[in-house]
Design a protein around this ligand. Structure first.
Ligand SMILES: [Zn+2]
Length: 91
């Protein structure tokens, strides 16, 4: 996952803050097409989509918004197939 900002919780664990986007390790952009570098996104390789949902996620205390285009990309894929963490898409 990636976010526009980050914050530390009381155990000094880095958590996503601001707006979160879906990002998979090894890619240089988010599901909605933002460049990590140009948009200065912070990345959180250990988190999955469910962790950063304000309604239910365990790491979402500081999340203010979820990117709607990433949501469409992730949740559309999830409904088709359960194993949505596709490690290395075919070229
Ligand atoms: Zn996004």
């Amino acid at each position: 996952m990636a976010a526009t900002d980050d914050a530390l919780d009381e155990d000094l664990v880095r958590m996503p803050a601001g707006e979160v986007h879906a990002w998979y390790r090894g890619q240089n952009g988010t599901v909605c097409g933002l460049s990590l570098h140009r948009s200065r996104l912070r990345t959180f390789p250990g988190l999955v989509w469910a962790d950063v949902q304000p309604a239910s996620g365990g790491m979402a205390d500081h999340v203010q918004a979820v990117c709607p285009r990433c949501r469409a990309g992730v949740e559309g894929r999830t409904s088709k197939r359960r194993g949505w963490t596709r490690e290395s898409p075919r070229p």
